[in-house]
Each structure stands twice: as structure tokens, then as C-alpha cells.
Design a protein around this ligand. Structure first.
Ligand code: BGC
Length: 419
């Protein structure tokens, strides 16, 4: 349900949108409220996104660069008070990952499960398969079956309220893993990579590759933008980070988006789907790049999207210039593309470290260390973690976040990646 709501909220907020879209939003809300649609949230969401993207209608609405949803703007926060469960003795950990379809979540799950089982905990593991209802059902089941602490990477950061409330009532602490959970001021912690930094690295890569710093007035480049799933809180951070780096060059006219699809919502890719990204890229190539126009760069938020973009370019782009394409995750499927410089870069996030940081934070907490202190301290951690107490907000409360540092990978160092 919240996926729809979030998407509608985002659509409705765009100042550039005509009243027509607001009417459409209200209508879709009503439709959604009719219960027969509630079970098919994922399908309806994809349908709307496809409709919006494929028709390109949203893109034609006079967008301004860097138009982002309100939730990333600074808000008044009170401080987190999640010590209520600290020092609790527990045996069973429930781990809920968002999707089995995307490579990284298997690795995350495997690593988390291994660490907790080796330390003597029982682990319950489930995947949301990119469906909100499935994830809610799975989490409720884990709670009913006796999970005493939950580690959750949400399909939709907005939608888990029913099981969050249930966990809170039962005194079950929750760690938001990789993706923030909205609506839980009691979160024990948020553990992730620095999502904004991921975006700045992608944007900077494009700026450097096109040498935009030294670009003269007549140097003009065309770029297209592929953001992530709007239901995933991280997607906005990736987009913002990249757009903040690129904005001066949009302003100077050195880079242009021919499709005019620049706002977060019009560039977003439901479920981070390779197929949707491929379809959208194909349409753009046909619509804007079949004449003399050259496509110089594609800002793609992650590797599953980059894969779709690369496939569309292989199939339908007839010019012989190298297109700069960004990504994230260093997925196995993308490695050959990176090696061949068809995908110019990816971001490496060592999932072993993310899982280990989570494990350490949970261990400290269960030993009674307060969330006001640095829960990552006192462990054998040999990688950088930044403790951030202001940037990530759940229901008006700033959640203590532990952010790891992402790394750029190109054809030059792709073969040095650990297995
Ligand atoms: C993760 C990315 C991943 C994307 C799709 C995001 O929340 O941070 O690493 O590419 O989800 O799975």
C-alpha cells in the first residue's frame, strides 16, 4: 500500500506537474483503496511506473534539474530513544531481505546468517521478493515464530508499519539494514554504506570522464539519468549525490538531458529492474538519438539498471562513441561489461563489512551498550565507519546511522575485487 502512497506523494509534490496529474493521483488512490487492488501492489506500481516512463509524459512536463521529494530536506528531529531493549538476552534473530532476484541480497543474507549462527544464535531468514505484502507476511511470521531481534532491509521504506508496530509491542528491537525504515523511531540503528557518497562518486566519475571542469562554452554533452526504485530510501540519496555534483554543468549548459527527464520520479526505475531500464533506454535511443545526436553518458544508479542500459545500447545505438555508464554493486553479470569498458564504472560495497558492522552493533547493544554510544566500538573492525546522528530520519527522529565507505571500480581494478 505504502509503495503506492509514496509514489503518489512524490508525483503529487512535483511543483511542475499540472492539475491533471493531481487528479490522476487522487483517482489512483481511490482505485487502490478498493481492496481488490491491495494484493497486487507490486503489479499496479510497475504498471503506473511503466506507463509514466514509457509514454515519456512525465518527462515532457518542464522538469527542473534536481527536483527531489521533500523527505530528504532537513527536518526538525528529536533524539532517538531505543535503549528500551538494550542488554536484552536473546537467542533468535530474524533477517528479512527485500529481494531474491537481485544478487547482492543473497550475499548479505549469507554473511549475516553465517556471523550470527557462528556466534550461537538461531537465524530465521526470508526474502520479500520485491513485494511489500510478501515482506510484511514474512516478518509477521518470523515474529509469531519467536524472532527476538529483527534485521530488515525493506522493499518499501514506507510500508512496514503493521509489523513494526507488532515488533515494538513485543519489545523486539529492529536494525534497518542498508535501507532505512520510515516510521520507527525506536530503531536500534541504521547500518548502510554512505548512500549520498555513492551518488557523488557516480556524478564525479561522469564529470571527470567528460572533463567538465575544463569545458568551454562550446563543449556540449548529452546525458540521460536512470535513478533507482522510489520506494527505496537509498535511491533518493544516490540521485541527490550525483545531481549535486552535476548541477553546475547543467546550469552552465555543458550537459543536457535531451529527453528532459531529470526529476527523481521521472528517472526512477521500479524494483531496480534491468528490463524496465532496457525498455526506457530503447525508447530514448529511438526518440532522441536516432538522428545526429550523440549520447555521451548515462547516470545509472546501480548495476541491475546499468545492465539494462548496456543491453539497449548494444542492441540499438548505432554510433561508435564510447558512452560513459555508471553503476553500483559490482554484480557478477556486470563484470564482463566493466572489463570491456562498456560499463565505465561501478561502486564496490563490501557486503562482508556491512554484515560484520551490523553483527558488531547488535552484539554491543545486547551486551547493554547504550545507543547514545558508538555501538561499533570495541570490535575488531578494520574498515572505516562513520557514525552519523543527524542525516537519516524515521518519523521525525534522527536514527543513529553507521555508514561505510564505498569505492569506485573501473576496468583497471575490476579484477582485483575479492571473490
Ligand atoms: C542498495 C543497492 C542496490 C539496490 C537494488 C539499494 O538499496 O543500496 O546496493 O543496488 O538497493 O538492490
Amino acid at each position: 500500500m505504502a509503495s503506492i502512497h509514496l509514489t503518489f506523494k512524490i508525483f503529487a509534490k512535483g511543483g511542475a506537474f499540472p492539475e491533471y496529474w493531481k487528479g490522476m493521483v487522487n483517482y489512483m488512490h481511490k482505485l487502490y483503496d478498493a481492496s481488490f487492488l491491495q494484493k497486487s501492489t507490486g503489479k499496479l506500481f510497475s504498471l503506473i511506473t511503466c506507463f509514466a516512463l514509457v509514454t515519456g509524459v512525465l518527462g515532457g512536463c518542464g522538469e527542473s534539474v534536481g527536483n527531489v521529494p521533500e523527505q530528504t530536506q532537513p527536518v526538525e528531529t528529536s533524539s532517538q530513544e531505543s535503549d528500551i531493549y538494550s542488554g536484552k538476552s536473546i537467542k533468535t534473530i530474524g533477517i528479512s531481505m527485500p529481494a531474491s532476484q537481485l544478487e547482492r541480497w543473497h550475499k548479505d543474507a549469507e554473511r549475516l546468517q553465517g556471523l550470527f549462527e557462528d556466534a550461537g544464535y538461531d537465524v530465521m531468514l526470508s526474502y520479500g521478493d520485491n513485494l511489500i505484502d510478501t515482506q510484511i507476511d514474512e516478518i509477521n511470521k518470523m515474529i509469531d515464530d519467536g524472532a527476538e531481534l529483527l534485521i530488515i532491509a525493506p522493499v518499501d521504506s514506507d510500508s512496514l508499519l503493521p509489523c513494526i508496530e507488532k515488533a515494538n509491542e513485543k519489545g523486539i528491537p529492529i536494525v534497518a539494514y542498508d535501507r532505512l525504515i520510515y516510521h520507527d523511531p525506536n530503531l536500534l540503528a541504521y547500518v548502510s554504506y554512505d548512500n549520498y557518497k555513492v551518488g557523488t562518486l557516480q556524478g564525479q566519475f561522469i564529470a571527470d570522464a567528460l572533463d567538465l571542469k575544463n569545458a568551454g562554452e562550446s563543449d556540449k554533452y548529452n546525458i540521460e539519468i536512470f535513478a533507482g526504485d522510489p520506494a527505496d530510501n537509498n535511491a533518493i540519496y544516490f540521485y541527490n549525490g550525483a545531481m549535486d555534483v552535476l548541477k553546475p554543468y547543467f546550469d552552465s549548459g555543458n550537459i543536457t538531458v535531451l529527453s528532459n527527464q531529470t526529476s527523481f520520479y521521472s528517472c526512477s526505475t521500479s524494483s531496480w529492474s534491468s528490463d524496465l531500464a532496457m525498455e526506457r533506454m530503447e525508447i530514448m535511443l529511438t526518440s532522441y538519438y536516432s538522428s545526429d545526436n550523440v549520447l555521451n553518458a548515462v547516470l545509472s544508479s546501480n548495476d541491475s539498471i546499468a545492465l539494462g542500459v548496456c543491453r539497449a545500447i548494444e542492441a540499438s545505438y548505432k554510433k561508435d562513441n564510447n558512452i560513459i555508464i555508471t553503476g553500483q554493486d559490482c554484480d557478477t553479470n556486470n563484470i564482463p561489461y566493466i572489463r570491456d569498458e562498456k560499463q565505465s564504472m561501478s561502486i564496490y560495497k563490501d557486503l562482508k563489512n556491512e554484515a560484520y558492522a551490523t553483527f558488531c552493533i547488535v552484539e554491543s547493544y545486547l551486551k547493554g551498550v547504550s545507543t547514545g554510544e558508538d555501538l561499533s566500538k570495541g570490535h575488531d573492525i578494520d574498515f572505516e565507519i562513520t557514525r552519523d546522528t543527524t542525516s537519516y530520519v524515521s518519523d521525525g527522529v534522527a536514527i543513529t546511522s553507521y555508514l561505510l565507505t564505498p569505492e569506485v571500480i573501473t576496468h583497471e581494478n575490476v579484477d582485483d575485487l575479492p571473490e
